[in-house]
Each structure stands twice: as structure tokens, then as C-alpha cells.
Unconditional design. Structure first.
Length: 352
């Protein structure tokens, strides 16, 4: 199975992308609104079609990216039936199965952190995505959103600790850089519920944590009860001046044939050497030459009244040039995908 673990530093949230290598169908678990561009770039580069966007519960520390993925990817949203959200495509209960290509995850109800928490378990019970129910050497708090320490005790012991000891535990958060654990590890070493802990030990621990409420709770919970739908119902990070896509590496790119049809609407910035500019690959008509190593010192020569397209041989140096422009305050800039190699391959016009 194709698997990626992604991280949002602002909320310490893990997002998980799982895909079927044969059919390229995928699911994404616990997406983050602000990471939509990153997630969709990875989905696009891996050639995946997202079937479901799953939330382990109604989050209090970040806004879900569910609504954005529904509308940009055609995915169906999934959350617990007990969460009682009105705008959800698939409301699931304990024992339900969600298929993506030749892969699937089963649903285990694990309330206690909230009354609508779920754990998703892969078909072979080798991976469990526990949300905020069971964390690495910890667990989710139980003092709001209908939480219950006693309920969480039973959820973890009966639904997660009943999995094979080798089953990998992937939590919804970690605040210390830990990425994965196992059922066996947590049964042995978890300081709240592992070892010889009894229910009264766990409940006493949880009921005396005295934690402040999550910083974004007043924003996140209402938004997540709407499935992450923003008030203006607008997709984020939309670039309107051209068909720009942002790669998983964070580089804005634009396809050569569009550039060839809009030569008068953009400023073309070639960042190769003088020899390459006049060499066998040629250059795009009207392209201005400023070698990359000179660009920072010559930024005042780059106009800001048109979008800037950066160009090099293969698209690598010009990717750096685009980043230099963006960080210098030129907001409309993109790298020519594939550079002059792709431009020549497509037979696009060259300067005389």
C-alpha cells in the first residue's frame, strides 16, 4: 500500500495519505485546512484519486481540510455518525468498512476524547490511525466535547489494545517529534494506560491534568461542525492569472504551451548563462537574460506589472529563481515546467 505521513507544525497534526498502487484510489485522514495546497500537490504528483477524506473526530485544535478536498478532488467526507454533522457524505459506525481500490480500512468506535472519536484500522490489522484517542506514550484529553476518562479507558483497552502487538499506531498528533509506535509498546510503556494500570488509575490521572483549552477551540469546533466549510465557500490559494500549479516541493509551475500563447501577457526571465542563452536550445522570444547568480543584485530590473515566468535549461535553476522572486515580494511568479528542454520538445517558437 502507498503510504505517506504529513505534518502540520502549527497544530502538531499528522495527516495520513493511503493509496492503492494498482487502482490509484486513495483516502486521506485528518487533513488540515491550511495544508490543502501541499496535500493536493502530493496527490497530483503521485497520480492518485481521493475517494474519501476521513476525520477521526470533530477537532478542537485545527480546522479540517475536508470541505476543500470534497470540492477540489471530488472526495466524499467521512466522520462518525455519532458526531451528528449535517453536511457529511458518509456517516460511519463501528464495524463499517471503507474501500479504496483493492485496499480498505475498518471503522472502530473509540469514544472518550470526544463522543464521536474513531480509529481506522487497515485490512491486515498492521496499521491503526487512532486520532486523539491513543497517542504515543499518551492519549487525548477527556475534559470537553462530551469526553469521558472511563469511556476512553474502555475504548483503548478493548478496541486498540485488542489489535496485534505488532500493529503500528499512527496518532493524530505528537508534540515531541515522535512519528509511530506499536500496540505492544503502548501496552507496556504508555504512562497513563499501559503496564499494570487499572481503570481507577487512568481516570484519576486524566481527571487531574488541569489543561488549558486548545488555543483555536472557538474557531475550530464551529468550523469543523460545518465540515471545514469556510464562510465565503471559496477554495484557498487560487491563482487567477494563469494555470499555475504548486508542486509538493512548494514551487509554482506553469506549462509551456500556455506561456507560448501568452507571450505578451507575461515577463520572461531567462536565468541561464549567456552561452546557454545563445546556445543550441535557443531562447524564448522576448526573454530577458539575468543569470541566476546575478538575480538578487538585479531585482530592480524585473518589472512587477506582469506575471514573471522564470526559465532555464531543465527547470531546476529557474525554480530557485521563482523562489527568489516570491520571497522578494514579487507575488506573481512561476517556473516554466521542464525548461527549454521541454519547450524545444514541444516545438514551441524560438527567437530568431
Amino acid at each position: 500500500m502507498l503510504f505517506r505521513q504529513l505534518f502540520d507544525a502549527a497544530s502538531s497534526t499528522y495527516t495520513y495519505l493511503l493509496g492503492c498502487p494498482e487502482t490509484r484510489e486513495a483516502i486521506i485522514i485528518d487533513s488540515v485546512f491550511e495544508q490543502h495546497a501541499r496535500d493536493t500537490a502530493l496527490i497530483r504528483e503521485l497520480g492518485l484519486k481521493v475517494r474519501y477524506v476521513l476525520d477521526t473526530h470533530v477537532h478542537a485544535d485545527h480546522v479540517t481540510g475536508s470541505w476543500l478536498l470534497r470540492h477540489s478532488q471530488g472526495a466524499q467526507s467521512v466522520i462518525a455518525r455519532s458526531a451528528e454533522l449535517e453536511d457529511v457524505d458518509v456517516a460511519v459506525s463501528h464495524g463499517d468498512v471503507l474501500a479504496f481500490g483493492n485496499q480498505s480500512v475498518s471503522v472502530r468506535a473509540t469514544p472518550g476524547h470526544t463522543d464521536g472519536c474513531l480509529t481506522f484500522v487497515t485490512r491486515d490489522q498492521d496499521m491503526a490511525f487512532t486520532g486523539d484517542c491513543l497517542l504515543i506514550r499518551g492519549c487525548g484529553r477527556t475534559d470537553f466535547q462530551a469526553g469521558s476518562a472511563s469511556t476512553l479507558w474502555h475504548s483503548i483497552r478493548e478496541q486498540i489494545f485488542s489489535l496485534p502487538d505488532t500493529c503500528l499506531i499512527y496518532p493524530g498528533h505528537d508534540y515531541d517529534g515522535r512519528t509511530v509506535s506499536t500496540v505492544g509498546e503502548e501496552k507496556t510503556f504508555n504512562p497513563r494506560i499501559g503496564g499494570e494500570a487499572h481503570e481507577e488509575d487512568f481516570v484519576g490521572y486524566m481527571n487531574n491534568m488541569n489543561l488549558p483549552h486548545p488555543r483555536l477551540i472557538d474557531i475550530a469546533v464551529p468550523a469543523n461542525l460545518r465540515g471545514g466549510r469556510p464562510d465565503d465557500e471559496q477554495l484557498t490559494d487560487a491563482i487567477s492569472w494563469g494555470p499555475v500549479t504548486v508542486t509538493f516541493a512548494g514551487i509554482p509551475e506553469i506549462v509551456p504551451d500556455w506561456v507560448a500563447r501568452h507571450l505578451n501577457d507575461v515577463f520572461l526571465l531567462d536565468v541561464r548563462s549567456e552561452g546557454e542563452y545563445a546556445g543550441e536550445l535557443g531562447h524564448v522570444p522576448e526573454a530577458r537574460l539575468i543569470p541566476l547568480e546575478q538575480l538578487r543584485a538585479r531585482l530592480d530590473e524585473v518589472p512587477q506589472d506582469k506575471p514573471v515566468i522564470t526559465i532555464c535549461q531543465s527547470g531546476k535553476r529557474s525554480a530557485m529563481a521563482a523562489q527568489i522572486l516570491l520571497t522578494s515580494g514579487i507575488s506573481e511568479a512561476a517556473n516554466l515546467a521542464g525548461g527549454m528542454i521541454q519547450w524545444n520538445r514541444l516545438g514551441l517558437p524560438l527567437a530568431d
